[in-house]
Ligand binder design. Structure first.
Ligand code: 4NP
Length: 154
């Protein structure tokens, strides 16, 4: 099973979600059986580490995301991943527009797919402050825990 988390810049929300997913999967019976990556719809931050505020936030919860590097969504991602999980509704629309028709069913909202909240979005914290990053962590951490349950139950 391979999961790709997607946001706009791939420096805040999706690397935080990638870190939370890796963290909870590694501590579960699914360890070693689920691969996780992240990407952005935008190209502005290619090759950059996550935003320092995202790194600091994840570190507070014991998760090191400093080694991740931003990349943009690629056409082959639709073949290579089982699920493409988007942070917000704009990401969902952008990724679905880019998706081959036969792959569109793989594209969902992270919070909806994991069962946290139907139609729910992880709000963009880029122009916000530490509280906004903490809110992102709470959401992606809930999604990661719920994803482990979803994937464990078949
Ligand atoms: P992300 O946050 O999509 O959660 O990584 C953003 C990062 C960068 C920009 C916007 C959102 N930006 O406009 O550069």
């Amino acid at each position: 099973m391979r999961l790709l988390v997607i946001c706009l810049g791939n420096i805040c929300r999706s690397p935080m979600a990638e870190g939370a997913l890796r963290h909870h999967l590694a501590a579960s019976p699914l360890a070693g059986r689920v691969e996780v990556d992240s990407a952005g719809t935008g190209h502005w931050h290619l090759g950059e580490p996550p935003d320092h505020r995202a790194i600091a936030c994840a570190r507070q919860y014991g998760v090191d995301i400093s080694g991740l590097r931003a990349r943009q969504l690629r056409p082959e991602d639709f073949d290579n991943f089982d699920w493409l999980l988007c942070a917000d509704g704009q990401n969902l629309r952008d990724v679905r527009r880019f998706a081959p028709a036969e792959m569109a069913h793989k594209v969902e909202l992270l919070l909806e797919w994991s069962g946290v909240e139907a139609g729910g979005s992880v709000p963009d914290p880029y122009t916000g402050g530490p509280r906004d990053f903490d809110r992102v962590w709470q959401l992606v951490d809930s999604a990661a825990r719920a994803a482990v349950r979803r994937l464990s139950s078949g």
